[in-house]
Design a binder for this molecule. Sequence first.
Ligand code: NAI
Ligand code: MG
Length: 502
Amino acid sequence: MILTSEAPAASGKTQAFLQQDHQLLIDGQNVAAVSGKKIDVVDPATGQLIARVAEGDKADIDKAVTAARRAFEGGAWPKLTPSERGKLLWRLADLLEENLDEVAEIESLDNGKPRAVAAAADVPLAVDLFRYMAGWATKIEGNTIPISVPYMPDAEFHSYTLREPVGVVGQIIPWNFPLLMAAWKLGPALATGCTVVLKVAEETPLSALRLGQLIQEAGFPNGVVNIITGYGETAGAALAAHGDVDKCAFTGSTEVGKLIVKAASESNLKKITLELGGKSPNIILPDADLELAIPGAANAIFFNHGQCCCAGSRLFVHRDQFEKVAEGVAELAKQIKIGAGMNPETEMGPMVSQIQQDRVCGYLESGLSDGATALCGGQKTGENGYFVEPTVLVNTRPEMKIIQEEIFGPVVTAVSYDDTDQLIASANDSPYGLAAAVWTRDISLGHKIAKKMRAGTVWVNCYNVFDASLPFGGYKQSGWGREMGHEALNLYTETKAITIQL
Ligand code: NAI
Ligand code: MG
């Protein structure tokens, strides 16, 4: 259902922010791009210009890496105690919370997601992530290790490990959860004492720039966090290839993830972590409570307009219940109120960009011409803005592009199955392995299937449950390493083994 009513204007505070001269944050200073160029930022609900930001590229990345290296090697940052680092992170969380309404509006205008969702999920999750990581700053510990060197039987030793920050970190993030992805990346880097050059997505640079202001206000020393707005092929590629960056952490497409690995291997073999695409199976078993599972399946795909790396985009339902479930999800899809994120009635906003709208519609056309049927949706909608109808596709075949590839839009394919072994093989039949879900009243069977899923996250009787303490990341081509949880900290530290002969 498309809403026609106009969205209310943003608050005065948000409008004042949008009108600022948005520059790069390098070494604690706001500076223009070396080239002087700018990028237009548009509201995807209207296609209208809402701000202009600096177009950083290689020259700006070089300056930012130099600042981050200087901050890592000397000055105030390495002298801070872990407790002081933790306090800065906590202070940042407080500031973000104090400015929740403004940041949620910025996120909604820039990305298109409902303001209410940004205020209930994106911003509070980012606040919580910074608090969780603040607590870890004082708990980055090594071990003492008793050793038994066979060729030195009479010697006595004291051996221990230190966990040291990996160094200057380049972080490249996407546009689907702009603020939250910045938090997932910055939190563990700052808790462990790294310094950062953050390259934000060209589609959605604004909330990270507001976060940069709060980082300065919190009192982080200059150069610890540098924020570059710019394009992937220029600024992003320069960061991934930089010889003085010790680690690159990337979230985005698998295609670009492979380019990051190549850039690292052709430069200084920097450490890499990747959080990439997905094509996650969502399995409804015959004994599931359909009152929960049907809305659960709708939420799994339609949350954030399907622009989620872990979206439940392949729905598997037992043949006996297939029609009821597929029709049930389609009924819910038809009721979703589509409109501008700033409209309080809106449940689903636009795709982030015209490019993304075209990409999703290209998949819809390909699926329908290959013989799939849309129970609802199937095309773009709205007069302006980049809206796509929530869509349920049936009558698919395993080799179709819509089954094989990540669509990254509000499009689910529903497929029936007959037996559990076949189901598990089909669910795992993907180059991706980010998430999976199972709906069942038989909890023992839920555990068994969870163990068989080749995925980094498995939800049972729920979907899209995230917490700062839960590691998140992919099997197979969904990525390398984990974000959040204490596992993330290992990927921002090096282990040093020290042995002293007594
Ligand atoms: P992308 O992977 O091109 O963009 C993600 C980030 O990487 C952005 O900051 C971009 O500027 C940067 N980037 C692009 N090319 C780069 C390069 N050569 N070197 C270094 N950085 C580079 O993703 P895009 O084009 O926005 O979306 C394409 C598809 O990727 C989507 O349809 C979706 O399937 C997938 N995707 C997955 C995401 C996830 O959360 N795993 C997030 C965004 C996109
Ligand atoms: Mg791209």
